[in-house]
Design a protein around this ligand. Structure first.
Ligand code: F3S
Length: 391
């Protein structure tokens, strides 16, 4: 890989030990992927913030970077932590775990990252522009940034996104290049399955695409999703597959700029049997002791749609603290919150220690949550449309 004089200095420790270590990670990855150079980025988004999923290793790594003097060079946000940072006691999070989680959040704050603790950074100020090169490491946010915003990022892992935040650089390969953003399989869904405002069928369609065309750039025909449905669609395909980008002709950012990007040879149909297969595969139980909404984290529009919600079930509505504190949400909040319905910030149903908190079955309307919650949160999953979960 060709490095500039300044980058060579960074790699040899001339700008401190943390930068040296970060450069080592990026150059190592660049060599693996055949990148010829490192390019500047406009922002970073770092996953691995939950002590429940990253464990002691994640905590030691970031603390080591703090000790080595790490400081981020570009605006940097973070993914959900393992608990609501203000209400963890009320929600029943064990104290020992809470202390470690707070230590982790503080470490990120020390390096200059904004511990936004949300998987929807684009809803709370980290919203790249078309063509921006970025280094993000939350699969649902990556697919949203590439497809809807037209930014350019690979599927970074937590260490590489952190290294990019510290150096302001990323190896130039993969989705940073036009030729890797060309669509390669056309998906023709049965649109009767996708009628209405619900995000549920989009989540299922996304999951099916990821399962069947894992390494592809799908082009989905005859759809015009609302922003919440886009969020669900992308999260689904990025959970079951390695998808980082999709196109919808005339709708998504890349397709609007360059319709040729949607030209493909392979075709596939998504039918009702495919829909049933995905739900059958992910649904484990038919009831739940906690309903969790907000995977990916809820937007203001989604929360508004809940304002007439009438349920006796215990419900978590997961969202970014940045939105929870948004004055536009106040009125909706008054209507919604009660003893059973809680806004839960900074975390989600997958990275919170649900089994340690006494839950064994959760209800979700997100295929991504259904995919990860059994292994990461230690609970069984009831996957269904929201209206059925709340009955
Ligand atoms: Fe976000 Fe958690 Fe789902 S990080 S995308 S709410 S699994």
């Amino acid at each position: 890989m060709h490095l500039t004089k300044k980058q060579e200095r960074m790699l040899s420790g001339g700008e401190g030990e943390a930068t040296r270590k970060a450069m080592e990670i990026l150059v190592g990855l660049g060599d693996i992927y055949g990148a010829q150079e490192l390019i500047p980025i406009q922002s970073a988004h770092i996953s691995g913030m939950s002590i429940t999923t990253s464990g002691e290793a994640g905590l030691s790594f970031i603390e080591e970077m703090v000790d080595k003097g790490a400081e981020v060079k570009v605006p940097t946000t973070t993914n959900p932590a393992g608990m609501d940072l203000e209400n963890w006691e009320r929600l029943g999070v064990p104290e020992e775990l809470a202390k470690k989680q707070i230590g982790m959040v503080e470490a990120y704050r020390k390096i200059g990252a904004k511990p936004t603790c949300s998987c929807t950074p684009y809803l709370i100020g980290n919203k790249p522009s078309y063509g921006d090169h970025i280094a993000w490491s939350e699969s649902s946010a990556i697919v949203y940034a590439n497809s809807i915003l037209g930014a350019r990022t690979n599927r970074e892992g937590a260490p590489s996104a952190l290294a990019s935040a510290i150096t302001g650089l990323t190896p130039n390969h993969g989705y940073h290049f036009d030729e890797n953003r060309q669509g390669d399989v056309e998906i023709i869904p049965d649109t009767t399955l996708l009628e209405g405002e619900s995000t549920f069928p989009y989540s299922i369609l996304g999951y099916w695409i990821g399962e069947n065309f894992s390494e592809s750039v799908p082009v989905i025909k005859e759809l015009n999703p609302n922003p919440q449905q886009h969020k669900a669609l992308g999260a689904g395909m990025a959970a079951s597959g390695a998808i980082a980008l999709y196109h919808i002709p005339d709708i998504t950012a890349g397709a609007k700029k360059n319709p040729e990007i949607c030209r493909t040879e392979e075709k596939a149909h998504f039918e009702s049997e495919d829909f049933e297969d995905v739900v059958g595969e992910l649904n484990q139980v038919d009831d739940a002791d906690l309903i969790c909404i907000g995977c990916p984290h809820s937007s203001i529009e989604e929360i508004r749609k809940l304002s007439n919600m009438d349920t006796e079930k215990e419900v978590w509505i997961c969202l970014a603290r940045g939105l929870r504190e948004d004055p536009k949400l106040n009125e909706d909040l008054e209507n919604l919150q009660n003893e059973d319905v809680k806004f839960v910030c900074d975390t989600c149903m997958v990275v919170a220690p649900l089994s340690e908190m006494g839950y064994s079955k959760i209800g979700v309307n997100s295929a991504k949550a259904a995919h990860y919650a059994p292994s990461l949160a230690g609970v069984k999953v009831h996957l269904a449309p929201l209206e059925d979960l709340l009955k």
